[in-house]
Design a protein around this ligand. Structure first.
Ligand code: PLP
Length: 414
């Protein structure tokens, strides 16, 4: 056991649950991570001690809520090393973050958007729709069959006509990590912006948005030990300033004048510009607590821990018959997840149901909101695939329970 993870399981009381006589094994963190006590306590403190409007009310409780909300933004900003906290916008999820960019960023009429066949639907569809609405060209970079990209593919796809590149940093299907730094360099050399989908990358690897030099990054807080219904949009301040409005209304304005029968809004700068209406204060405070929790353990240690367990899971699966693993087996360019299909089973949901019912092991089944890549791999989304995903609280026993269940399933069905 990685010494940095020694006491981590104590922070997640749900891991004490017994399911059908077996200890709970949670291998579905790529969908939704578990939440440590520290995050739940930070959110409870908001509800129990200062459950007021942050930013609106100037009384004592309002003040405390505002301070906690601002502190959470600073913590999150430090987690991704943004140049300033105001570059982090609270959203409902990574999907909303990417929709905001696709809807509000300035894109020249005759330009081209570049994206990939490996994207989560939340990464591609907002840009597909923007392209449809504005009559823009869309270029799809096709992932190779092992889920990786050759850098030449990017050089060929991105040119001076390209306005924005939307790329998944780490795939929720193959777990493969894209060569983001090189992609950003190619994009910037051609004057294009980069929207990085970090929903799967940020929870599992050290993410330094300044080092990667991305223009935008979308983060899913509920996958990184934080509350559900929370996400972050990171954007370089110059782009956030230049973007059009997304939702407008209360809290987005410095003033709304009334002159000669006309209503004239004067909007606030980011982040308020993009945070319309009463905010999810407890959610933001939970996001800050999650960022602090992960940072204390250290993202490098979490990454190393996951990779060591992934190696055991991949080796174990490779030894079983009737299993087809999607994506490369080069663990050094993978996030801690493995997606596979089982020849002897018609529908992936049956695998997940069997492991849950018989072994207390929770894994994901379906097409993971990534139908294009499933079609590309010749797997109908209706059959789908299974995904076991690892996080900081998993241990070797978890992986062994999963492999034991898979072995029994193959035995029973072949
Ligand atoms: C790669 C990737 N992008 C985007 C999303 C969407 O994230 P959210 O649920 O926060 O909207 C997910 C969620 O599974 C994902 O895995």
């Amino acid at each position: 056991m990685n010494r940095y993870m020694l006491n981590v399981r104590e922070d997640f009381p749900v891991l004490k649950r017994i399911i059908n006589g077996r200890p709970l094994v949670y291998l579905d963190s790529a969908c939704m991570s578990l939440k440590p006590k520290q995050v739940v306590e930070a959110m409870n403190e908001y509800y129990e001690v200062f459950p007021a409007c942050g930013g609106r009310s100037i009384h004592r409780l309002g003040d405390e809520a505002s301070n906690a909300y601002a502190k959470a933004r600073r913590r999150f900003s430090s987690f991704i090393n943004a140049a300033e906290p105001e570059e982090c916008i609270w959203t409902r999820n990574a999907t909303e973050s990417m929709n905001m960019v696709a809807a509000c960023v300035g894109i020249p009429k005759d330009s081209k958007i570049v994206t990939t066949s490996l994207e989560h639907h939340s990464g591609s569809l907002p840009f597909i729709e923007r392209a449809k609405a504005d009559g823009l060209e869309i270029k799809i970079v096709e992932a190779q069959s092992d889920g990786t990209f050759d850098i030449e593919q990017w050089k060929n796809a991105i040119d001076k006509k390209t306005s924005i590149v939307a790329v998944v940093h780490s795939s929720n299907v193959t777990g493969t990590v894209a060569p983001l730094k090189e992609i950003v360099e190619i994009a910037h050399d051609n004057g294009a912006l980069v929207m990085s989908d970090d929903a799967q990358y940020a929870p599992h690897h050290p993410l330094d948005v300044q080092k990667y030099d991305v223009d935008f990054s979308a983060i899913s807080v509920h996958k990184m030990c934080g509350p559900s219904g929370m996400g972050v949009l990171y954007g370089k301040m110059e782009h956030l300033n230049a973007m059009g409005m997304f939702l407008v209304g209360g809290d987005t304005v410095a003033d709304v004048r009334y002159e000669n029968g006309r209503i004239i809004p004067e909007y606030l700068p980011p982040p308020e510009k993009f945070e319309a209406g009463l905010q999810n204060y407890a959610g933001a405070i939970g996001a800050g607590a999650a960022a602090e929790y992960l940072q204390k353990i250290g993202m490098k240690h979490i990454e190393a821990h996951e990779r060591s367990l992934l190696e055991v899971a991949m080796k174990g699966l490779q030894e079983l018959e009737h299993i087809r693993i999607l994506g490369t087996d080069d663990i050094s360019i993978k996030t801690g997840l493995v997606t596979f299909s089982v020849d002897t089973i018609d529908v992936a949901h049956d695998v997940a149901a069997f492991l849950s019912d018989e072994y207390g092991v929770m894994i994901r089944s379906g097409a993971h909101c990534a139908h294009p890549y499933h079609y590309q791999m010749g797997i109908p989304p209706s059959k789908g695939t299974n995904r076991a995903s690892i996080y900081l609280y998993n241990n070797r026993q978890d992986v062994h329970a999963f492999l034991e269940g898979m072995d029994a399933l193959i035995d029973a069905t072949s």
